[in-house]
Ligand binder design. Structure first.
Ligand code: HEC
Length: 88
């Protein structure tokens, strides 16, 4: 909704308005959920996991295959994490 409004005003939507999340809280959530145990994520200390695919450049991808492992990530946390990843 917010992203649509921004687009209508000729302003490129920011990653924050697309995801509705906060990248700073996203970093915190990523560390709390331990995503780095399985994923390599730039900007996240200790995130060198090799179990899952790297989450670098995820913002450049039009489509994210599969779905998040079922770690019980709440919607707010998921939005924040997405905001953080799209900021990369
Ligand atoms: C126990 C290991 C493990 C943990 C912990 C984990 N992941 Fe993953 N993740 C994987 C594996 C394996 C895949 C690839 C299989 C799939 O796509 O379902 C994957 C796939 C993904 C993908 C899709 C990547 C792509 O290129 O399509 C994203 C995004 C992702 N994980 C994000 C996260 C986030 C965010 C967290 C923390 C909330 C997290 N993962 C925690 C193992 C993990």
């Amino acid at each position: 909704m917010i992203a649509t409004l921004a687009a209508c005003q000729g302003k490129p939507p920011s990653s924050d308005s697309i995801t509705g999340g906060d990248p700073r809280r996203g970093l915190d959530a990523i560390q709390r959920y331990g995503c780095g145990a399985c994923h390599r994520i730039d900007g996240v200390p200790g995130a060198y996991g090799k179990v899952g695919p790297t989450l670098q450049n995820i913002g450049e991808r039009a489509y994210v295959a599969g779905k998040l492992p079922d770690l019980g990530v709440g919607e707010i946390d998921a939005r924040d994490i997405a905001a953080f990843l799209y900021h990369q």
